[in-house]
Ligand binder design. Structure first.
Ligand SMILES: Nc1ncnc2c1ncn2[C@@H]1O[C@H](COP(=O)(O)OP(=O)(O)OP(=O)(O)O)[C@@H](O)[C@H]1O
Length: 247
């Protein structure tokens, strides 16, 4: 049976007179991959910021495991088990890959030994073990993204939120991230993913929420979303729709 882990209830966020999110509601269940899609400026990152405590929403409620976490600080939300990555990756340049990831592990332990053990497990999972001694500042953009995901995972989240982590990656690298997402889901995590690469999102998502101009215009399983006229008109266009019909 599906068990709800995060509930977004009527979130509205305004910047002056601009309404970036308008009464957006949806639910994420345990062990589920939910994707948030929509055109540029639809309000996806703003919603991420409202959920993770970077913004205090104008109105609405965020409930995590039956706890109202609306307006909690970002570090408190992270400590409770919701971690995110950012569109613009920020690696600690003077630290090695291992040390970068370890900063995440120290959220839940003061013991260096324990943090090292968590880090080593996460480096294996994210294929970074061979690069553990490289400095953050010397990494390629792809590896910086990988480190950012790994650092988030080292905090041992229950919900991982990925903000456009596949942008700029080649086909093989995208496939790697897709497989990682599925592996994380298998291990019990829930994921909320913002992404523009539909070929990556559609095969791995259990549920898709579509935003346009701040409002939710559709929600459903991928096969319904690709055939939804409003979504085709606002975002997908006929090109992706035609492709999905063929396969
Ligand atoms: N801090 C801010 N101050 C003022 N306006 C903002 C701020 N952050 C976002 N906005 C505006 O809110 C709207 C939603 O932006 P947001 O970044 O959430 O969209 P998005 O769906 O994530 O877009 P993209 O796909 O390009 O990342 C846009 O019109 C944007 O200009």
């Amino acid at each position: 049976m599906l068990k709800q882990i995060l509930n977004i209830d009527n979130i509205t966020m305004k910047f002056g007179s601009l309404v970036a999110n308008e009464n957006v509601s949806f639910t994420i269940n345990e062990n589920e991959i939910v994707s948030l899609i929509g055109p540029n400026g639809a309000g996806k990152t703003t919603l991420f910021n409202c959920i993770t405590g970077y913004y205090q929403p104008f109105s609405g409620k965020v409930t995590y495991k039956d706890m109202d976490i609306t307006g909690f600080t970002a570090y408190k939300i992270c400590r409770l088990g919701i971690t995110r990555t950012f569109q613009i990756v920020q690696t600690l340049k003077e630290m090695t890959v291992e040390e970068n990831i370890m900063t995440g592990a120290f959220l839940n332990t003061k013991s260096r030994k324990e943090a090292e053990a968590i880090t080593s497990e996460i480096m294996e999972l994210t294929d970074l073990t061979k690069k553990k001694s490289i400095l953050g500042g010397s990494l390629t953009i792809v590896d910086k993204k990988r480190v950012e995901i790994a650092r988030s995972l080292a905090t041992k989240p229950q919900i991982l939120m990925l903000d456009e982590c596949m942008a700029g990656l080649n086909q093989t690298e995208i496939k790697d991230v897709m497989n990682l997402c599925l592996k994380l889901k298998e291990s019990g995590l829930s994921l909320l993913i913002v992404e523009h690469i539909m070929e990556a999102i559609m095969p791995i998502s259990d549920n898709i929420v579509v935003l346009n101009a701040g409002k939710k215009i559709a929600e459903g399983v991928p096969s319904d979303i690709v055939n939804n006229d409003d979504v085709i008109k606002a975002y997908l266009g006929d090109k992706y729709h035609a492709k999905s019909q063929k396969s």
